[in-house]
Design a protein around this ligand. Structure first.
Ligand SMILES: [Zn+2]
Length: 91
């Protein structure tokens, strides 16, 4: 049987990498009997899930925004260069 400390370590470790089957089972068993660690793992998973969702939304939203901004900025720069060079070329 895992101690609560070991179980907590496995919970946070399971977020970053897939645990070996033996450790997964040991953790499962501990969570079955220990409601403190069960609550802890739920909170950790919830927080992790929220963070992933927020990061995913950001990643999904950022490219179109920056694309439209850069396209607009590019146009403005091109126009500015055009106007500038045109006015410059005129005597
Ligand atoms: Zn525990």
């Amino acid at each position: 049987m895992l101690s609560c400390k070991e179980a907590a370590a496995l919970v946070s470790e399971s977020l970053d990498r897939k645990l070996p089957l033996g450790q997964r089972i040991a953790l499962r068993m501990h969570l079955l009997f220990c409601r403190f660690c069960r609550r802890f793992s739920r909170q950790v998973l919830f927080l992790r899930g929220t963070a992933d969702r927020v990061r995913g939304e950001k990643e999904g939203e950022e490219p179109p925004v920056s694309d439209s901004l850069s396209a607009e900025a590019k146009e403005k720069i091109e126009q500015a260069l055009k106007t500038h060079s045109e006015s410059k070329s005129k005597p």
